[in-house]
Write a protein that binds this ligand. Structure first.
Ligand code: DQA
Length: 144
């Protein structure tokens, strides 16, 4: 199973960004975690991050034909981006919405998600570990 793990705005600052909310794990640490998990479970993965909505749309388009599914932590674009929602619908790949923090325990503007409407499911609140959980969930979904 090949998966695109896509990270949105401000996630490049993980490690120093609001550690009380997001922990001290860096995005590089998370990439290593995912790489190790991919090797252990026979998956292939592409891991990327962008602060730009259009670049994220491009990555989703490019995933078609290359990957079996998408794991998306769209950051704040989760709550605002019809473009990302449409991109996922357009490529017809299974997508999992992911957040480090439990967005439902936070401000009400984080309770709204455009991604959730087109995702097969979502994982939030488990920190970096959520990436590994999402990989397992996607693999399970694709192999079924
Ligand atoms: C986040 C939650 C979003 O609400 C926030 O804008 C982020 C990070 C998370 O991983 O917890 O940038 O996606």
């Amino acid at each position: 199973t090949s998966v695109l793990i896509l990270n949105g705005p401000n996630l490049n600052l993980l490690g120093t960004r609001q550690p009380e909310v997001y922990g001290t794990t860096t995005l590089n640490d998370i990439e290593t975690l995912c790489k190790d998990h991919a090797e252990a479970t026979g998956m292939t993965m592409e891991f990327c991050q962008s602060n730009h909505e259009g670049a994220l749309v491009d990555k989703i388009h490019e995933a078609r034909g290359r990957h079996a599914g998408i794991i998306l932590n769209a950051g704040a674009y989760t709550h605002t981006s019809i473009a990302l929602m449409d991109a996922i619908s357009s490529v017809e790949l299974p997508a999992i919405e992911l957040h480090l923090s439990n967005v439902h325990a936070r401000e009400s503007f984080r309770h709204q998600s455009y991604i959730a409407r087109v995702a097969i499911g979502l994982i939030c609140g488990f920190g970096a570990r959520g990436y590994v959980l999402a990989m397992d969930a996607l693999k399970d979904h694709v192999e079924r």
